[in-house]
Design a binder for this molecule. Structure first.
Ligand code: F0G
Length: 361
């Protein structure tokens, strides 16, 4: 009964535990984006909007498993480093489980909505004078010293839950188009989703539900100011070089050390995909374009559409492809970025004639 309505737990056969701490995560919409589809010119474009999860990001899919496993282990304190969304999800699921939550955030670099969520759900919030990668170093140390149970994407149970993004995409795309997606374009931070989607598809192949040729091409997008995965793909490197300095408007993916790179590089290479970087301006333009199709996302999510636009221009993505863009977080996560990208409110007097006059100007 605990799991009724969850889009994660309907795939229980694909998961390593039999139930979770659930608040009906998953089952997110696969939207059409007709204006963007026309503009870029691909066969079918769909947007998988993970911002429609209970706490407004895909992180809920991992936490429903991870927090349950922590409960089974009898851990007393759950902890994560976060650019914001992980902390919001962990605070929420930890509250639901009745377990203490500690989150480490890079001071001044987390969007307002995310801090508000962690705060209201009652997490203890440490604002670290450093970036996300510093926070993850510290929280990993804490976990290794037995002070807390780690719920970043280094935790394999998190990624098991996030596999269901891939399972839902295949099912929904088939239902809507009668076809399969050729390519999935997604924002990359720690590359957890890239790794999780690849695992989901390999398992579908092993189960005989997809052929190896049908596995979608995984295409990662990073912000220009935080693009160590792109560097590794472009230079055909075996390992990703950690970037000490990172900056982007897409604070969710302001990450210099993608910890899942050892799993994500094969995911990109073996599916015939690539990785590309986009500028902050291209991210904001894509955020506006998505909003114009009625899909409200935070900047990191819009990186996927910015990447699609660029790869269509370069010809890397061909016009006959079926493409899914993954949008990972909701518009309201980062109200400041939304207001900055959107139209200016206009002050008017509290009088109908004045309002009409103002509209006529
Ligand atoms: N998009 C959003 C909105 C995110 O919050 C994150 C990661 C990503 C994309 C990157 O996903 O790590 O699977 O490549 N946010 C983490 C956090 C780091 O702390 O909330 P990935």
């Amino acid at each position: 009964a605990e799991s009724t309505g969850s889009g994660v737990w309907r795939y229980v056969d694909a998961l390593p535990v039999e139930s979770g701490v659930s608040i009906e995560e998953g089952n997110t919409p696969l939207y059409e984006a007709p204006t963007i589809e026309d503009e870029v010119g691909v066969s079918n474009l769909r947007v998988k909007h993970e911002g429609m999860n209970p706490t407004g990001s895909f992180k809920d899919r991992g936490m429903t498993l991870g927090v349950k496993v922590a409960e089974k282990l009898g851990t007393e304190r759950l902890a994560c480093a976060s650019t914001g969304n992980t902390s919001a999800a962990l605070a929420c699921y930890g509250a639901r489980a009745g377990t203490e939550v500690l989150v480490l955030l890079p001071a001044g670099k987390v969007a307002a909505g995310k801090v508000a969520q962690a705060s209201l759900h009652g997490a203890r919030i440490l604002e670290v004078d450093g970036n996300f990668d510093d926070c993850l170093d510290i929280v990993s140390d804490l976990a290794n010293r037995g002070e807390a149970y780690l719920l970043n994407s280094l935790n394999p149970f998190r990624l098991e839950g996030q596999k269901t993004i891939g399972l839902e995409i295949i099912e929904q795309f088939r239902d809507q188009t009668g076809d399969l997606p050729d390519r999935i374009v997604l924002p990359v931070g720690n590359a957890g989703n890239t790794s999780a989607l690849f695992k989901a598809f390999r398992e579908l192949v092993a189960a005989g539900e997809l052929t190896a040729e049908e596995v979608p091409t995984l295409t990662g997008v990073q912000a220009e100011g935080a693009a160590p995965m792109v560097e590794a793909v472009e230079t055909d490197a075996d390992e990703v070089r950690r970037w000490g300095e990172v900056e982007t408007i897409a604070t969710a993916i302001r990450i210099g050390n993608p910890v899942n790179a050892p799993k994500a590089l094969p995911a990109i290479r073996e599916t015939g995909g690539t990785a590309i970087s986009v500028t902050d301006e291209e991210i904001t333009d894509a955020q506006r374009a998505l909003a114009g199709d009625g899909i409200g996302v935070e900047p990191a999510s819009a990186a996927s559409v910015a990447g699609l636009r660029k790869l269509r221009e370069s010809g890397e993505i061909s016009p006959d492809e079926n493409v899914v863009c993954l949008t990972t977080g909701h518009l309201l996560k980062d109200p400041d970025a939304a207001a900055e990208a959107g139209v200016e409110p206009e002050p008017v007097p509290a009088d109908t004639d004045d309002v009409l006059e103002h509209l006529a100007e």
